[in-house]
Design a protein around this ligand. Structure first.
Ligand code: HSE
Length: 302
């Protein structure tokens, strides 16, 4: 009977025009410790804030993901004790569900000694989550492009070194992914499809080449942001301020309501000071965090 502890990053999906494909792993983490026991299921959640959102029985997503892998590989632990510590806020658009799924699968992979590769973990995680953007970034870190096609995943991960910082602006209210997806149209006019293809392509080229001056244009989106910004209190005013203070670009993180501004590392502290002053006056309950890219993805720490 063993114990394993993993660290898994929060993630920011879409990055403007890359709906369900582009992702970014950030330096904000969930920690999962899983121990095999003689029987039963015990789940301890260490943070008061997460406690109210996450179940501590068989409905817990970390547990469900572990069971998914155990069933696939034919392993049956007698009992389990899970201890969860989450920095990633729940239902805010920072990949908390992907962190639970990827972290749970990783723990189960270790305990069962199944030796699945990260790609296999990623494919299982996508089958559970439904889209690959967050899970890909949570698995391998960096800036990621992924395509999920007939249960197979094709992806590319690019490490972002210290020249960029990401300011996340987290509202104090939740918007569920399901609600945010339900607001999207089923079909799009050709001009909007063409708009997103060109912008997503420019986004990938900018991030990979380091020509960040193109981000301001590349980051625009017509597939999801126009329909989701209504859920973000004061969206346009905050967006305009971020632009005026020098953001390279701002987008809705995943399905929202968190906003992410991309900034040059050298300007980041001043940028944070300016926008914090504004947000203190207009949205004092929001949380602002200046984050780096996590270039490692999920990892076993014990
Ligand atoms: N690509 C997803 C969406 C991310 O925008 O709905 C949220 O899980």
């Amino acid at each position: 009977m063993g114990t394993v502890k993993v660290r898994v990053p929060g993630t920011s999906a879409n990055m403007g025009p890359g709906f369900d494909s582009l992702g970014l792993a950030l330096s904000i983490y969930n920690y999962i410790e899983a121990t095999e026991t003689d029987g039963g299921l015990t789940i301890e959640i260490l943070d008061a804030e997460t406690k109210e959102f996450l179940p501590t029985d068989e409905k817990n997503l970390v547990y469900k993901s572990m069971k998914y892998l155990f069933d696939k590989v034919g392993y049956q632990p007698k009992g389990l004790k899970l201890t969860l510590k989450s920095e990633v806020p729940v239902t805010r658009g920072l990949g908390s569900s992907s962190a639970c799924i990827v972290g749970g699968l990783m723990c189960a992979n270790e305990l069962s000694k199944a030796k699945l590769s990260k790609r296999q973990i990623m494919e299982m995680a996508t089958a559970i989550e439904g889209h690959s953007d967050n899970v890909c970034a949570a698995c391998v870190g960096g800036f990621t492009v992924s395509v999920y096609n007939k249960e197979e995943i094709f992806y590319y991960s690019h490490k972002i070194e210290g020249d960029l910082k990401f300011l996340v602006l987290i509202p104090d209210y939740a918007v569920t992914t399901q609600k945010a997806r339900n607001t999207l149209p089923g079909y799009y006019p050709r001009r909007e499809v063409a708009f997103n293809i060109s912008h997503a392509s420019l986004m990938v080229a900018s991030m990979v080449s380091g020509n960040y001056e193109n981000l301001l244009c590349a980051i625009d989106d017509k597939v999801h942001e126009p329909y989701r910004k209504v859920f973000i209190d004061g969206y346009q005013k905050i967006y305009n301020k971020l632009k005026a203070y020098g953001a390279l670009g701002t987008y809705i993180s995943g399905s929202g309501p968190t906003l992410v501004s991309v900034v040059e590392a050298d300007d980041a502290e001043f940028f944070l000071e300016d926008i914090s002053e504004y947000m203190k006056k207009t949205h004092p309950t929001w949380t602002l965090k200046l984050l780096d890219v996590d270039n490692e993805g999920v990892k076993i720490i014990k």
